[in-house]
Write a protein that binds this ligand. Structure first.
Ligand code: PGA
Length: 264
């Protein structure tokens, strides 16, 4: 296996510090003694990062804690200064944050993030040595209008504009069809595989075959314990970005277990 599967929990605006503590204690006790051949990442709200960092990097919680890496759900494209409400990459690094979710469809649709903003954030994240989880995906209207490939290509070229091959190697792509996010409707494994293969082919055009073969592409959108195995068995799917089903330790663990069992 050249690509290690990566399962990331995107908690969105759920789980403050005390709920984070409850989740992590329960999750760590559940993964005790498990051999999970994948990367496990948790992206809590900013306000819960200190608690998460403390729990995972404090010897008291034991060595299992090191199996989990921390992600932020966003970062600023600026270093510091008069940007009310923003959080910089360096601030995130103080709390052992290694990944950052960028370009999520909720950021694009609700907060108006453009391709240029996402691209600036992605470059800033790499400058500070964070690994971007770069999200792309089409709406139902775009899919039905036959625009799937155009939309994905535009998002990829916009988000990765000027990003070096070296920085791409530290980037994860998350393909998340917008119509499958939080709706309970999952893409069929064929729809997901086709989109992933297309994304990989665009990366091959832009960066060459080797970079394309190496990049991890997660699927996101109503991933559950019951559909993880089938999705992860697809050759171009290398893990999952999970919202709702990652709010509960048992269901997050079952997705990781079922998904990493079939990941190729
Ligand atoms: P969902 O969210 O698993 O609740 O569909 C996925 C995401 O938005 O990353």
């Amino acid at each position: 296996m050249i690509r290690k599967p990566i399962f990331a929990a995107n908690w969105k605006m759920n789980n403050g510090a005390s709920a984070t503590e409850d989740f992590i204690k329960s999750f760590l006790s559940k993964i005790q003694g498990e051999n999970l051949p994948c990367d496990i990442v948790i992206a809590p709200p900013f306000i819960s990062l200190p608690k998460l960092a403390d729990l995972l990097h404090n010897a008291a919680t034991g060595q299992n804690a090191h199996a989990i890496q921390i992600a932020a759900q966003n970062c600023s494209q600026f270093d510091s200064g008069a940007y009310t409400g923003e959080i910089s990459v360096l601030m995130l690094r103080e709390f052992f944050v290694h990944y950052v979710i960028l370009g999520h469809s909720e950021r694009r649709a609700i907060f108006g993030e453009t391709a240029a903003t996402i691209n600036a954030k992605l470059k800033k994240a790499r400058e500070g040595n964070l690994k971007p989880i770069f999200c792309i995906g089409e709406t139902l209207a775009e899919r039905e209008a036959g625009q799937l490939e155009t939309v994905l290509r535009t998002q990829i070229t916009g988000g990765l504009d000027g990003v070096s091959e070296k920085d791409l190697a530290e980037t994860v792509i998350a393909y998340e069809p917008v119509w499958a996010i939080g709706t309970g409707v999952t893409a069929t494994s064929q729809q997901a595989q086709d989109a992933h293969a297309f994304v990989r082919s665009v990366i091959a055009e832009l960066y060459g075959a080797e970079a394309a073969a190496r990049i991890r592409i997660q699927y996101g959108g109503s991933v559950k314990p019951g559909n993880a195995a089938e999705l992860m068995a697809c050759p171009d799917i290398d893990g999952a970005l999970i919202g709702g089903a990652a709010l509960e330790p048992q269901s997050f663990l079952e997705i990781i277990r079922n998904g990493s069992a079939t990941a190729e």
